[in-house]
Design a protein around this ligand. Structure first.
Ligand code: AMP
Ligand code: MG
Length: 332
């Protein structure tokens, strides 16, 4: 017996679609990449229906779709700072992040792997639908196995009519190809499937990424690395005082209002030159106590931060750990 497949708008069909998910059935929903065939990711029996409807081999894992970044903690464990940086930068959007799975995720979703693929789509229908379900939806593309991925409700209907009860209408997919998949559990973050989020975009956040072709890309200026620690204006570390001065005048010439953050001894021979300076005090203890406050002050009053290098020893190294995060590792 084949079922009747219907295409409905979110307004017409949200309640019914949520009911289907809660009772362990599948529903097709639009995303900005391609249409997905979803089921409750925590319900192994429901997830098996995805494989049946698609005719997909069970050793091919699915992606868990979420409606809020906080849901990631329901699916994954041991999430690195680098993974968080990628998540904060690109989600919601056309990216799937591979993380270490939580034991709560059934084998049917991960194909028995110890990792799980997570995506937070940016399509308004997907977001509202998943949010209303209240659980992550495991979903592959909504096509039968080996067929072309669908980028409209009509594509899904032509391929899957009679195999799924309901298709949520969401128009033509804006991105149009499947999400970029990046494995954040690898030694070097690795792109497993290229997509709209490119290797260059990822390198800006991560500094180092292994591309789909196996080549490692190192960002020339990983300016966005660990952006969540960074001040709101650009910041660089000056290797020595001479470079700090040169950079100061370079940025001034560009029309920016730079400031140098340094301990007292720095720039002692400035002569008549007028620098904006935030004084961190005499010792490394002083600098450590004052460094965050100096960054706050600098981002409020100035437009570009040049910070001294505190070296690699002792407290200096601890201060540099924070300074490097704030500057995204940028040095001059
Ligand atoms: P689809 O969007 O139809 O291509 O299906 C989801 C795809 O996500 C799979 O084919 C895999 O390539 C990928 N995927 C999902 N989870 C994982 C994972 N844990 N490790 C590697 N790839 C994954
Ligand atoms: Mg597919």
């Amino acid at each position: 017996m084949t079922m009747q497949t219907r295409i409905v708008t979110l307004r017409q069909g949200l309640e019914e679609a949520v009911k289907l998910i809660k009772s362990g059935e599948v529903v097709v929903f639009p995303t900005e990449t391609v249409y997905g065939l979803g089921a409750n990711a925590f319900d192994a029996k429901a997830v098996r229906k995805i494989f049946e409807a698609k005719g997909r081999p069970m050793d091919n894992p699915l992606i868990a779709h979420i409606a809020d970044i906080s849901w990631i903690d329901r699916l994954a464990v041991d999430i690195s700072d680098e993974a968080r940086a990628v998540i904060n930068e690109f989600m919601p959007g056309p990216i799937t992040v591979i993380l270490k799975r939580s034991k709560k995720v059934p084998d049917e979703v991960t194909a028995g792997l110890d990792t799980v693929g997570i995506r937070f789509p940016n399509h308004s229908v997907a977001r509202e639908f998943i949010k209303a379900c209240g659980v992550p939806l495991a979903a592959p593309s909504a096509n039968t196995s080996t067929k072309i991925s669908p980028t409209s409700a009509q594509h899904v209907f032509e391929d899957m009519n009679g195999r799924v009860p309901l298709i949520l209408q969401g128009g033509a997919c804006e991105v149009g190809i499947e999400s970029t998949i990046v494995d954040m559990t690898a030694d070097v973050p690795t792109i497993l499937r290229p997509g709209a989020i490119t290797v260059n975009m990822l390198a800006k956040v991560l500094g180092k990424v292994k591309n789909f072709d196996g080549k490692i890309l190192v960002a020339k200026a990983p300016g966005m690395k660990y952006k969540h620690y960074a001040p709101s204006c650009d910041m660089v570390v000056a290797t020595n005082e001479k470079r700090a001065r040169e950079e100061y005048f370079r940025q001034k010439q560009k029309g920016l209002n730079p400031v140098i953050i340094a301990k007292k001894y720095y720039l002692k021979d400035t002569g008549d030159e007028q620098f904006n300076v935030i004084d961190l005090g005499e010792s490394d203890e002083d600098a450590m106590r004052n460094i965050y406050n100096a960054m706050h002050e600098a981002q409020e009053k100035y437009g570009y931060i040049i910070c001294q290098d505190f070296g690699v020893d002792g407290l200096g190294a601890s201060i540099m750990n924070r300074v490097n995060k704030a500057s995204g590792g940028k040095r001059i």
